[in-house]
Design a protein around this ligand. Sequence first.
Ligand SMILES: [Zn+2]
Length: 181
Amino acid sequence: MVDFTTSIPTWASRPGEDAAGPPADGTSHVIVGVASGEVVARRWATTLPDVTVVTTDDAPAAETALAAALERARVGVRVALAGPAGACLRLRAVALGAGAEDDEIHVHATEAGTAEVFCAHCSTATATAVGVDGVVPCTGCGRDLVVYHHVSRRLGQYLGFQVDAETLPAGDVLVGLRETQ
Ligand SMILES: [Zn+2]
């Protein structure tokens, strides 16, 4: 069973906006900057106390480093993420998986970038820059998927359905999906 929320975070739907920056309300801070977010992360690191900073062009490496940093983190740690929206969705999923709450995670999506789309038919994740309402062929099953306004918090992926899913032949069963919020 995979949970998909019915709304996309504001930072993911409108990348580029972040007037406030992360609040300095933690006892320590884990800051991750990916690609275009690296400069943002380095700036934050000068303004927050007790920081662990990860900056990299490599989104999967950032996810691994974030998970490792949160494993070592003490109570009261805050997470600040900067980078392409798709990378931030994945990083947020890592932070949530490590036990962080939404109000402990600050995100600045610097650009749309590529994001992963979860195929509702075969569960394969496909990376794409087409954005919501765009169409991308699934790398797993080859179906043309339309990217929906649904994000899985746990996976950090958008939900994708076959474009003409309403005309699916009988017996084509979707993987278990449950919407929350
Ligand atoms: Zn598929």
